[in-house]
Design a protein around this ligand. Structure first.
Ligand code: 3PG
Length: 416
């Protein structure tokens, strides 16, 4: 997998090769954002990150067409991209026109009417039913958005690292029919991942938290097997799963919690890992719970309510781990960071890791780094959530193959 990253970095042209004055350049970004109950964007980190890409394309005079999504069909956060476009305009510092169409006549006319340097933000690509159907790139060239837009495009830039785990039309369909480049955000993400691999596991600590349990357990397995991390410190729901895998149902509450949250399969897989790597996986020995509105730290063998953070004893152990590390990867928070009382474990561990090469990924992890006041001191802030943990774990991202196919078809053939 990491060989694939290197191959993409070596072959697929950087964005500059697709950023040509007067040319129509579609750029797939990922600005999928957490929304509040009123559907207002809560964190615009991804929009800020991609704004630099849009500005760079516009500055050279490209006619920029922005492709993106928000939410999934049926979800509460499945909304229009109008406010995303507004925020993009703020961060790009140039007009960004939004159109409530993504491939219909209105969108196509607007693309044809673009002038050099102008930016057109299309409506949520997932408003198209076939966008959420995953197929191989060769089949996605027949998806409606690719059929309708590709004839109008000179280049396609893939910048949406956070959606790189999806084999969806707007991600993998265009590269096969339009000459494609890596966007700046995407390229930076690949370089950071290669750096993790170059560390060869020595002194690399993975702090694996959050609630994406099956993905994270799988990634832990890959990283330990391939020797890409030396040790893993677990927290959050992931830590709870590993703690149960190691200690069994320590209390009746633990059993009830597992039953209600459907974690049994993940626990079985986690148990295989703690049995195989007993010295390399650390699990929480105590958790913080809420008692009468206050935080109380409690031993794993006395857990009688839901765990909301790692306990102080666990935090001490994990601090020693990160202080002795050269590289620390944070994927997912160790507790409920929205509540100050239960953000302590994540925040203190992040502070303790400063001075090392630190990579963080995932919306909540980024939020925690902001709360900890260390976001500007982190070596690499990934825009990816699920894509981050999957790619750190060495899984193959479909877009990498699509971009290489684009290289072979358009760039290699032209003697690049
Ligand atoms: C994300 O937020 O992880 C990406 O935007 C991908 O979203 P998805 O998991 O709905 O495809």
């Amino acid at each position: 997998m990491y060989e694939l990253y290197r191959e993409v970095l070596a072959k697929v042209p950087p964005m500059g090769e697709c950023a040509k004055s007067g040319k129509v350049v579609a750029v797939r970004i990922d600005v999928n954002s957490p929304l509040d109950d009123g559907q207002r964007i809560l964190d615009d980190y991804r929009i800020q990150a991609h704004a630099a890409t849009l500005r760079a394309l516009s500055d050279v005079g490209a006619k920029v067409v922005v492709l993106a999504h928000q939410g999934r069909p049926g979800g509460d956060d499945f909304t229009s991209l109008e406010q995303h476009a507004g925020l993009a305009e703020k961060y790009v510092g140039k007009p960004v026109r939004f159109i409530d169409d993504n491939q219909g006549p209105a969108a196509r006319e607007a693309i044809k009417g673009l002038g050099p340097g102008e930016i057109l933000f299309l409506e949520n690509v997932r408003f198209l039913a076939d966008e959420v159907i995953e197929k191989v790139p060769e089949e996605q060239v027949n998806a409606v958005i690719v059929r309708k837009l590709a004839p109008l495009l000179d280049y396609y830039v893939f910048d949406g690292f956070a959606v790189s785990h999806r084999s969806q039309p707007s991600v993998v369909g265009f590269p096969l029919v339009v000459p494609s480049c890596m966007g700046e955000v995407f390229e930076k993400e690949l370089r950071a991942l290669v750096k993790v691999q170059e560390a060869r596991g020595e002194g690399v600590v993975l702090v694996a938290g959050g609630a994406k349990v099956p993905d994270t357990v799988r990634a832990v397995g890959h990283l330990l097997k391939d020797g890409l991390v030396e040790t893993v410190a677990t927290g959050g729901l992931v830590g709870f799963v590993f703690a149960v895998a190691k200690n069994g149902f320590t209390t009746p509450h633990v059993r009830r919690f597992v039953e209600k949250s459907g974690l049994a399969t993940a626990i079985t897989r986690a148990r295989e890992l703690v049995d195989k790597y007993p010295a390399r996986i650390s699990v929480p020995t105590d958790f913080a719970v809420e008692v009468n509105g206050s935080r109380m730290d409690i031993d794993v063998f006395s857990l009688s309510s839901d765990p909301l953070d790692i306990g102080k004893a666990t935090l001490g152990t994990y601090m020693d781990m990160v202080r002795g590390a050269r590289t620390v990867i944070f994927s997912g928070p160790l507790g409920v960071i929205e509540d100050e009382k239960f953000a302590v474990g994540t925040i203190e561990l992040m502070k303790a890791s400063m001075g090392r090469y630190v990579i963080i990924g995932g919306g909540h992890t980024i939020l925690a780094a902001r709360k900890a006041g260390i976001i500007d001191r982190v070596s690499h802030v990934s825009t990816g959530g699920r894509a981050f943990i999957q790619s750190v774990g060495g899984e193959e991202m479909p877009v990498l193959h699509a971009l290489l196919k684009s290289y072979e078809k358009f760039w290699e053939a032209a003697g690049r």
